[in-house]
Design a binder for this molecule. Structure first.
Ligand SMILES: *[C@@H]1O[C@H](CO)[C@@H](O)[C@H](O)[C@H]1NC(C)=O
Length: 227
């Protein structure tokens, strides 16, 4: 009786000590961070969702193959919304960039690296066509030239400027008239006409807006100049 009483007390003490040791050892290994209301209540943690957005350069519909640059050109809309030019996923000219203007908007891009060389907006209604000619003159072979019209791109145009634009691969530079829409991607040293050109005549019978034709938009992939 005495012996079994001592054994019972010993067993009880052993259980208490063992429980205390086990509990303190366990809690030492649980970091404070991992104990939160959700895990205490057994609620499932929300699983992180991975959203995969398929988006091509310049938001184009198709992906451009390697050895080409992606581009998207949008002409101005009447005299209200300015044009924009995206090249290899960079907006090179836009209203947000604040580097566009009514008339002709031109961006020069290195055809090997795809980097913007410079951009210029030329007022072709009340500006001086000499500014455009001076901009076009020093262009090196291998430079890509991106053009988008806004409002009127032709009033001050002359044959010298039209010839220079034609030499960059344009088929419509000599046709360009008052408030026609025109978008173009050509380059210095092209042997053929550029396939990247759209032109829409200002014609009151077909115009989308009162005094202007529909907006033009063109996207594509232009081959890199390999050196
Ligand atoms: C394009 O960039 C390369 C490397 O900087 C340079 O060597 C080449 O002359 C540039 N070409 C044009 C047309 O600017």
């Amino acid at each position: 009786m005495r012996v079994s009483g001592i054994l019972r007390i010993a067993a009880l003490l052993f259980t208490l000590v063992a429980t205390w040791l086990f509990a303190s050892a366990s809690f030492n290994h649980i970091s404070v961070k991992s104990i939160n209301i959700r895990s205490w209540l057994g609620a499932e943690r929300p699983k992180p969702t991975k959203v995969v957005v398929l988006r091509h350069k310049c938001n184009n519909k198709r992906e451009c193959p390697t050895n080409t640059f992606a581009f998207k050109l949008i002409s101005g809309a009447a005299n209200v919304v300015g044009p924009s030019m995206c090249f290899e996923n960079t907006m090179v000219m836009s209203a947000v960039k604040n580097n566009i203007g009514r008339g002709l908007n031109l961006a020069l891009v290195n055809g090997t690296t795809g980097k913007l060389i410079k951009a210029g907006a030329f007022d072709m209604y009340s500006g001086d066509v000499k500014d455009l000619i001076e901009f076009l003159k020093p262009i090196d072979t291998g430079t890509l030239v991106l053009i988008a019209s806004y409002d009127d791109a032709a009033t001050k145009m002359n044959d010298e400027a039209r010839k220079m634009l034609t030499e960059l691969g344009s088929s419509y530079a000599f046709k360009l008239g008052f408030r026609d829409n025109w978008i173009f991607l050509g380059g210095k040293g092209l042997k053929n006409k550029s396939p990247f050109e759209q032109y829409l005549k200002n014609d009151k019978d077909t115009n989308k807006y009162d005094g202007w034709p529909e907006v033009l938009e063109m996207e594509g992939c232009v081959p890199k100049k390999l050196e």
